[in-house]
Design a protein around this ligand. Structure first.
Ligand code: DON
Length: 304
């Protein structure tokens, strides 16, 4: 099978379809991207690297970072983390508040915003210099040296972060946030603002296809068991109330972000990143979903 040929041909076909998505508008700065940008990059455990389209361009990874903040918090806290956040799909939107009250302030999973805020709080409590330490964690995972926060995106989200502020304060009222909510929110927005390209993302996520070790330096980041569990969470919760649909159509663990990026992982085989900014109604990249569906159909490289 010629993976490069399949990536190229699925890319060409997907580029031609009508885009029914819309740019995220609730974070003003996210509207300032070219909606026609479209890039794909695949990195495999046997060292194939291949990209098409705008795969070198950096974009705001947004919620994709929640997998990485989780990996770091899990490596610091181990299984105690699951006293603060559960591992069930929510069936609700990424920024929903409805379950928190009835479930006593314990978020359903670490990928909805409520769960990611708890993970952020764990990082704040356990790191000496959270912003720098988190960036160093990513730099250790990555072959690239140019991963950075975007101050512009951070400021833009902070200005309109009413829902996240509500979530964080609500969590605090249930004693599931230890730090000052303002500090938790600031660090959360910072992490979501990180910019990476499809090439950087697919290479960075390879540790989840490689049993928890980076491929380029063979350095262990998390245990094999933790790797399995993070992949399981991406499979069941990575696309919020569209997680079932993604499993059904694509059949891979994955994570989306409102910047229009999606990363998907085939344990033992590959990591693939797609970026197309317009989003479907559930907040996931319209063309990204379409590309991955056809890619796993053509290659038969889904986990099912
Ligand atoms: O908190 C937010 O709303 C954003 N910083 C991240 C949301 C997001 O990416 C949802 N993913 N599809």
């Amino acid at each position: 099978m010629d993976i490069k040929e399949i990536v190229q041909s699925v890319f060409d076909r997907t580029k031609g379809i009508e885009d029914k998505g819309k740019l995220a508008s609730y974070i003003p700065e996210l509207k300032n991207v070219d909606p026609d940008s479209f890039g794909v990059h695949i990195s495999t455990t046997n060292h194939l690297n291949f990209g098409v389209g705008n795969y070198h361009d950096k974009f705001s990874i947004q919620s994709i970072v929640k997998v990485l903040s989780l990996a770091m918090a899990y490596s610091l806290l181990g299984e105690d983390l699951w006293h603060r956040v559960k591992v069930e799909p929510s069936g609700t939107a990424f920024n929903s508040l409805v379950q928190l009250e009835v479930e006593n302030g314990i978020p359903r999973n670490p990928f909805i915003n409520a769960g990611a805020l708890v993970v952020t709080d764990v990082l704040l409590s356990n790191l000496n210099n959270p912003q720098q330490d988190f960036l160093d964690f990513l730099k250790n995972l990555s072959k690239s040296n140019s991963i950075a926060y975007s101050n512009k995106i951070t400021a833009s989200e902070k200005k309109v972060g009413y829902r996240n502020a509500a979530l964080c304060n609500f969590l605090k009222s249930f004693h599931n946030i230890d730090n000052d909510p303002t500090d938790v929110l600031d660090f959360y927005y910072k992490m979501c603002s990180i910019e990476m390209s499809c090439e950087e993302l697919s290479q960075l996520f390879l540790f989840l296809a490689n049993g928890g070790c980076t491929l380029h330096k063979n350095s262990r980041i998390i245990t094999r068991s933790q790797t399995k569990r993070i992949n399981a969470l991406m499979q069941t919760c990575g696309f919020y109330d569209e997680s079932g649909d993604f499993a059904f159509r694509v059949g891979l663990p994955g994570k989306s972000g409102v910047g229009g990026g999606i990363v998907a992982v085939h344990p033992k085989e590959y990591a693939i990143a797609v970026w197309s900014p317009p989003l479907n109604q559930k907040g996931n990249s319209y063309k990204g979903m379409r590309f991955l569906e056809e890619f796993t159909t053509r290659t038969e490289l889904s986990i099912f």
